[in-house]
Design a protein around this ligand. Sequence first.
Ligand SMILES: [Zn+2]
Length: 142
Amino acid sequence: MPGGFGGALDQNPCPCGGGAYGSCCAPLHRGDQRAETAEQLMRSRYSAFARCEIDYLLATHSEPDVPAQQRHRSLEQSCRQTRWLGLTVLAVSGGGPQDLEGTVQFEARYRGGVLKETSLFQRRDGAEDGPWLYVGALHLEG
Ligand SMILES: [Zn+2]
């Protein structure tokens, strides 16, 4: 049933809490749309963790020193082991459509705990029209 399979799933609430998955993070995961802000990328990465969209996680995190196969394996493991329950964005600095860099502070709840992180995001190669990438955690708790 071409097209129907994804359509039914798309009505489900998006893991990031931004509405129906089909109109929230799905277009980003599919590559139909690009995150315009660091917060949007952060949300879509959280949803990707919750839905095990490994390729999206790989594509939106710059980690040139780690072999792709190894990254894939560890992400897969993390997705299987962690059940994500919800996301709250606490603070955003920069990361807008005109910015090259930004941070997002968030709280992500999972079965058994809460992850609090301030993430750093930059546009690829510092280019004004470059896609947003997750660089790393500035501050990690939990
Ligand atoms: Zn979403």
